[in-house]
Design a protein around this ligand. Structure first.
Ligand SMILES: Nc1ncnc2c1ncn2[C@@H]1O[C@H](COP(=O)(O)OP(=O)(O)OP(=O)(O)O)[C@@H](O)[C@H]1O
Length: 314
């Protein structure tokens, strides 16, 4: 492969990737025919039920397990191929359960991982500061809270300035302000062109932050696209909430009878909500704009709603 074609390559590409495990003569398809391309600089959220195959996907990208079928490329280098050792150095990984040595302090821990990775030791103190742990760098890890361990794990993943970061449930155990700091740091990494793949079960957290979502169900990629694009595919209605004088609300169902398929619910004298098919969103809003309403809000299906809908369809 020429250097030009490598430069133009996506950060990550999977083609027909499967990983099978044998179990008592039966075959478990942890991943099953996954095609996925992640452009450089993208923040991709990887979602799916327990056992859907998310960690397996990470291990395949890292070359820790071999695909049973299909091929993978990181930065244009085939995983397990001749040039992969070089590409592997540009990968950062935070496993779901990182094993830390309780007797080492934070700084020693990072230096340990830096030696394993061949990353400069000089980065360790800076990284501790970046994840908000410089005050605890000389304390043994056994004294760290769960959130501090998670931050240390994140610092470990950042060693060697990786261009592709794989983060397996990175915000587990972090409090809300630590989660905010974490995503602010991801934004800074993205601004430097780093590609991020992050698995999480906290869907509300991903919803506003990812460029795209990939959803696995029983090893298969059952949905992939931006949250907005996945919403467009949704058949769930939008919810339009209204506040108005009782007489205005009383008259509305009759006045809007020309828009079929609206689901009306009255919520007290001055409030109502309407389940509105997506295709009727603009006609409904135009019709409502002409009414003397006190307030109006439109609620899209949440990512959690989409998740269950996509799962049922998979
Ligand atoms: N080494 C292994 N041997 C046998 N089966 C395995 C092995 N590793 C994973 N599996 C199985 O592969 C499937 C996918 O597991 P994986 O850990 O990738 O799921 P996950 O989406 O990361 O789940 P979770 O959200 O619970 O972390 C599961 O059924 C799991 O039991």
């Amino acid at each position: 492969m020429t250097s030009n074609s490598v430069d133009a390559a996506p950060a990550l590409r999977l083609q027909g990737v499967a990983r099978h495990y044998g179990r008592g003569g039966a075959l478990l398809k942890a991943l099953d025919g996954v095609d996925l391309t992640v452009p450089r600089g993208q923040l991709l959220g990887l979602i799916g039920h327990n056992g859907a195959g998310k960690s397996t996907l990470f291990k395949l990208v890292l070359g820790l397990v071999a695909p049973s079928q299909g091929r993978l490329w990181v930065d244009g280098c085939e995983v397990g191929g001749r040039h992969f050792r070089e590409a592997r150095r540009r990968l950062g990984y935070l496993p779901e359960n990182l094993v830390l040595y309780d007797n080492l302090d934070g700084l020693e821990t990072l230096r340990f991982f830096a030696r394993l990775k061949g990353a400069p030791l000089a980065q360790c103190a800076t990284l501790l500061e970046e994840v908000g742990l410089s005050h605890a760098g000389r304390r043994p890890v056994r004294e760290y809270s769960k959130g501090m361990r998670q931050r240390l794990g994140f610092a470990q993943a950042l060693l060697g300035e990786p261009q592709l970061l794989l983060l397996d449930e990175p915000t587990t155990g972090l409090d809300p302000s630590a989660i905010r700091d974490f995503y602010a740091q991801l934004d800074r990494l993205r601004a430097r062109g780093v590609t991020l793949v992050i698995s999480s079960h906290i869907l509300a957290e991903l919803e506003q932050r990812v460029d795209a979502l990939a959803m696995l169900s029983h090893g298969r990629l059952c949905a992939h696209g931006s949250v907005a694009a996945l919403r467009e595919r949704s058949t769930r209605p939008l919810q339009v909430r209204l506040q108005a004088d009782a007489a205005v609300l009383d008259a509305l169902p009759q006045q809007l009878a020309g828009l079929p398929g609206l689901g009306w619910q009255r919520e007290g004298a001055h409030r109502a909500s309407i389940d509105c098919p997506r295709a009727l969103k603009m006609p409904l809003l135009q019709a409502l704009a002409a009414r003397p309403l006190v307030d109006l809000s439109v609620q899209e299906p949440t990512l959690e709603d989409l998740y269950f809908e996509l799962r049922e369809a998979a």
